[in-house]
Design a protein around this ligand. Structure first.
Ligand code: AHR
Length: 312
């Protein structure tokens, strides 16, 4: 029967029999660290043997790690791709070795048949949600916006920019006056915000900050305070991720809104792999995670307490 045939093709491996290689980007943000923690926890609770490789932000390290996973004959590979392009060769090698690849949290510009599925949010939508919040909040008043972009060439940096710009289009009161990468880190977020503040009349000409992640926003909040301005009031702050620290900033009135990104990408990825290994069930090409908006009205300290411990 078809079931027996599939069992022969894929073996009768349950999740517990699986060895999975995970090529992680690094630990640039609180969100990324939580994703790593949860992936390890999820693997352990399912009895999966996880081989973890930290690429320290370098695509070449990710490619090396994937090649080493292929050579070791792992059952599956998880990869959080640091940038969107340049994956065709190594993904083809995994495909030729019949090792399914699952993309985590970022997308790639490669043919869909080179990976089993992608567990990601709708990255354009996230930018859109942040932009709509700002449009509604300023309600027609003139507003100069500065933007801290994520890692250059990464799908969240490209798509979150696009979605935000879409939300602003047609609202001529809102203008993005500066936009630069802050590499998704706190340190760089602070540094670049300092240069934005200097360039824009000590910050007096800035009405809002849009940061592609919370960590850069947290760094920028510090810079705004050091410049003698009030983040959250003098300069509105909207970002993405919903890490615990941004809820503390929100409770203090220093951040205004964030769009939630779950750090538990591995749960759905392992579910899909277990079903695929068991009887060949092919998951949808995209397993989409939710993007919920939080503002100061959402009892930030309560959310902070809830988030703590969930990988953070
Ligand atoms: O790809 C997801 C993004 O990467 C998160 O928003 C950011 O914090 C991380 O570094």
């Amino acid at each position: 029967s078809a079931t027996i045939l599939a069992a022969c093709m894929f073996g009768s491996a349950s999740a517990a029999d699986m060895t999975v290689g995970f090529s992680q980007i690094g630990s640039e943000s609180g969100w990324r660290a939580a994703e790593t923690t949860l992936t390890k926890q999820q693997a352990e609770s399912r009895g999966i043997d996880l081989k973890f490789a930290d690429a320290q932000q370098k695509q070449e390290n990710q490619i090396k790690a994937i090649r080493s996973f292929i050579a070791q004959g792992v059952d599956a590979i998880l990869v959080a791709p640091v940038v969107a392009t340049g994956w065709d060769d190594v993904l083809t090698e995994a495909k030729d070795a019949e090792i399914p690849v699952v993309l985590l949290d970022r997308t790639v510009d490669a043919s869909e048949d080179l990976y089993l599925t992608a567990v990601t949010s709708d990255l354009v939508h996230e930018g859109n949600v942040a932009g709509k919040w700002l449009v509604d909040t300023v309600a027609g008043k003139p507003c100069n916006v500065v933007e801290l972009q994520g890692t250059t060439g990464s799908s969240p940096a490209i798509d979150r920019k696009k979605g935000f710009e879409q939300a602003l289009s047609g609202n001529d009161n809102l203008k993005i006056v500066r936009s630069q990468t802050g590499d998704f880190t706190r340190t760089k977020g602070k540094e670049v915000m300092e240069s934005f503040l200097k360039a824009e009349n000590g910050g007096k000409d800035i009405c809002a900050l849009y940061a592609h992640n919370d960590d850069m926003a947290v760094g920028a909040i510090q810079a705004i305070k050091e410049a003698g301005l009030k983040p959250g009031t003098d300069i509105l702050v909207v970002s993405i991720d919903a890490v615990p620290d941004i809820f503390q900033a929100m409770a203090a009135g220093e951040a205004n809104a964030t769009v939630e990104l779950t750090p538990n990408m591995a749960g759905p990825a392992f579910d899909a792999l277990a079903a695929y290994k068991k009887d060949g069930t092919v998951p949808p090409k995209w397993i989409q995670t939710e993007s919920k908006l939080y503002t100061q009205k959402d009892d930030p300290m309560k959310v902070y307490e809830e988030k703590k411990g969930l990988g953070y």
